[in-house]
Design a binder for this molecule. Structure first.
Ligand SMILES: NC(=O)c1ccc[n+]([C@@H]2O[C@H](COP(=O)([O-])OP(=O)(O)OC[C@H]3O[C@@H](n4cnc5c(N)ncnc54)[C@H](O)[C@@H]3O)[C@@H](O)[C@H]2O)c1
Length: 323
């Protein structure tokens, strides 16, 4: 059995816990949250021990994997503390709020020899994995351009309102746009774009609005992106429209449809049986897939090859320098 501990049991922490509960070979041995009421019942149900201080948990527990799902500003500190104790670590995105901090975390992973993975879930999202395969295999010819978006209302429901605090969340570039930017660099094999153009409309003082529109060019291929916290009840919506030489491929957040020159739209099936995220998306296996990948690679002592350090530090380099 792999012994897993989770730190940060809020919105996304609960999604991760649901995924671990589907794994026969994983035992959730400890949960940590600064708000004890968030873990008391869960610990009793799981037979796990509860902590309000992650340092105390790391000092007392023998764990194979620490999963960090706290607010973003503290990922680095907790990741380094755990890795120094020889614990394998996965952390929610963003790994950190600047490129140098991300490099420090990777350096610590290399020095301590533990396995480390940032949970960039789109790399495990079946609909986005299908897009990656189409680009690699040139199923519909070359990718000419694509639009990737994730837009919705500002998240005013987070613990201590940390999401609304730029120092603690980095706002939309680090919270939402980072998903699509990371996926674009992954599609382009980690290369830096030749061109970057950013437009941003922000008003977090008198409204809660941060709207990012960014274009990235790689040779002749163009990516247009949009990410937003709107000051409105607009429901969360994410997806892509990819324009290949021989087809348009659309993911509208619900289904992927391929439109060729002659055929009417054909919907691809992915057979998700997974977990609800609590946001306006259909149930997905993506969070299960990413955590299953990490658990397998720890159990079998295989290198974490789903993402390269350079891809992730390049993402933060772009955000540091252009937003
Ligand atoms: N991959 C995705 O799709 C996705 C979606 C949402 C959030 N996230 C990421 O997940 C992380 C958590 O976001 P969330 O929406 O769950 O936030 P949240 O505010 O709902 O939950 C954060 C939890 O951490 C706890 N906490 C705060 N400081 C702590 C500390 N020092 N030690 C232990 N617990 C602490 C809070 O009490 C709260 O329960 C963020 O980094 C965010 O970027 C990822």
């Amino acid at each position: 059995m792999l012994k897993v501990a989770v730190v940060g049991v809020g919105g996304m922490g609960n999604v991760h816990i649901k995924a671990y509960r589907r794994m026969q070979d994983v035992q959730l041995v400890a949960l940590c949250d600064v708000v004890p009421e968030k873990i008391t019942d869960l610990c009793a149900e799981l037979g796990a021990r509860g902590y309000t201080d992650y340092r105390e948990m790391l000092g007392q527990e023998e764990i194979d994997i620490l999963d960090i799902v706290t607010p973003s500003y503290i990922h680095k500190e907790i990741a380094i503390a755990a890795m120094e104790k020889g614990i394998n670590v996965t952390t929610e995105k963003p790994i950190a709020l600047c490129e140098q901090d991300a490099k420090d975390v990777f350096d610590c992973a290399k020095r301590t020899g533990v396995k480390f993975m940032v949970a960039h879930v789109l790399r495990f999202w079946p609909e986005y994995q299908a897009l990656k395969r189409m680009v690699e295999e040139k199923t519909y010819g070359e990718l000419l351009d694509a639009r990737l978006f994730r837009i919705g209302r500002a998240p005013k429901w987070s613990w201590d309102n940390w999401m609304m605090d730029k120092e603690r969340s980095g706002w939309v570039p680090f919270d939402l746009h980072i998903h699509d930017l990371d996926f674009i660099l992954y599609l382009m094999d980690g290369k830096m774009p030749d061109g970057i153009q950013v437009h941003r409309i922000t008003n977090m003082e008198t409204a809660t609005m941060d709207h990012v529109m960014a274009a990235y060019t790689f040779g002749k291929t163009v990516f247009n992106t949009e990410a937003a916290w709107f000051d409105s009840t607009y429901p969360f919506t994410a997806g892509f429209l990819a324009h290949f030489e021989q087809a348009i491929v659309e993911y509208n957040g619900k289904a992927v449809t391929v439109y060729t020159r002659d055929e009417e739209g054909k919907t691809l099936e992915f057979g998700a049986q997974g977990d609800s995220t609590g946001i306006n998306l259909p149930d997905t296996d993506a969070y299960y897939n990413e955590l299953r990948y990490f658990a397998d690679h720890v159990a079998q002592d295989k290198p974490i090859d789903c993402m390269k350090e350079e891809e992730l530090t390049n993402v933060l380099n772009i955000i540091d320098n252009h937003f």
